[in-house]
Design a protein around this ligand. Structure first.
Ligand SMILES: O=C(O)CC1=CCC(=O)O1
Length: 272
């Protein structure tokens, strides 16, 4: 175990002896971003969601962080839970953590779901975002971040959700946020993808301005046998298209055919 790992804050719901599903969130979010998934998943699984280091109620060690740190925190969480293996779903930064885990600790990951995420992003963007946050705080970027999370129509219909999400981003410690920006800056998971043996579902948001659909296609093309789906949402398709994502996750973790009968590598659009 890496001595640099931290004990992340987590919440566990669902039957204690059911198979475990770990949920890992996006940059700037807390475990509350998984609210739309919990009831559906906890009917069949022990659902463990956690705050990424530097976020929510988890420790905020000095940055920069690396994906290995974020992945190590999850391995420590699994150890604390006394669990050898778990299913894992991650949105965005959470998906990056999931790819790292599946490639570097394959014996710990059962089935993997990667939502609105990327194997490689433009490093200079993340160095710049970390600098902004260190200079001006997370409140300075909260509005722009949430503009990418939701489609404009949904945001217009749900102003309270928009306000709550902005507050969540703005409440994220600058050091924690910037530390995670560095993990993305230095990330290149493309070479790891062929080593992933966990059955994998890749879900992109067809209106995701942060990680447009080609990011999902690259991941699905790199992971042997991965199944690819698109949802008509922006970066937080897990929120806006929750019912469709929940159906996909339940089918994937249950090892059954995906709704709509997609084959490996097939991309079909789900209803929101
Ligand atoms: O904040 C963004 O622009 C999108 C994003 C990248 C990693 C993550 O978790 O969210």
């Amino acid at each position: 175990m890496n001595a640099e790992t931290v004990e992340v804050h987590h919440v566990a719901e669902g039957p204690p002896d059911a198979p475990l599903v770990v949920l890992s969130g996006s940059l700037g979010s807390t475990l509350a971003m998984w609210e739309p998934q919990v009831a559906a998943l906890a009917a069949r699984y022990r659902v463990v969601r956690y705050d990424t280091r530097g976020h929510g109620a988890s420790p905020v060690p000095p940055g920069p962080y690396r994906l290995a740190d974020l992945g190590g925190d999850v391995l420590r969480l699994l150890d604390r839970l006394g669990t050898e293996r778990a299913h894992f779903a991650g949105v965005s930064l959470g998906g990056m953590t999931g790819m790292w885990l599946a490639a570097h600790a394959p014996e710990r990951i059962d089935r993997l779901a990667l939502v609105c995420t990327s194997a490689r992003m433009r490093p200079q963007d993340w160095a710049a975002r970390a600098a902004t946050v260190r200079a001006s705080g997370t409140a300075a970027i909260a509005e722009a971040v949430v503009d990418r999370w939701l489609t404009p129509g949904y945001a217009e219909r749900e102003p309270r959700t928009v306000r709550w999400m902005r507050e969540m981003v703005a409440a994220t410690p600058a050091e924690g946020y910037a530390g995670c920006c560095a993990a993305i800056e230095h990330m290149d998971l493309r070479g790891d993808l062929p080593r992933v043996t966990a059955p994998t579902l890749v879900v992109g948001g067809s209106a995701d301005p942060a990680m447009p659909p080609e990011h999902a296609r690259t991941i699905a093309a790199g992971i042997p046998g991965a199944r690819l789906r698109a949802l008509p949402g922006a970066h937080l398709a897990s929120w806006e298209c929750a019912a469709a994502l929940n159906d996909l996750l339940l089918a994937h973790f249950g090892g059954t055919a995906l709704p709509g009968g997609a084959e490996a590598g097939t991309e079909t659009e789900e209803a929101p």
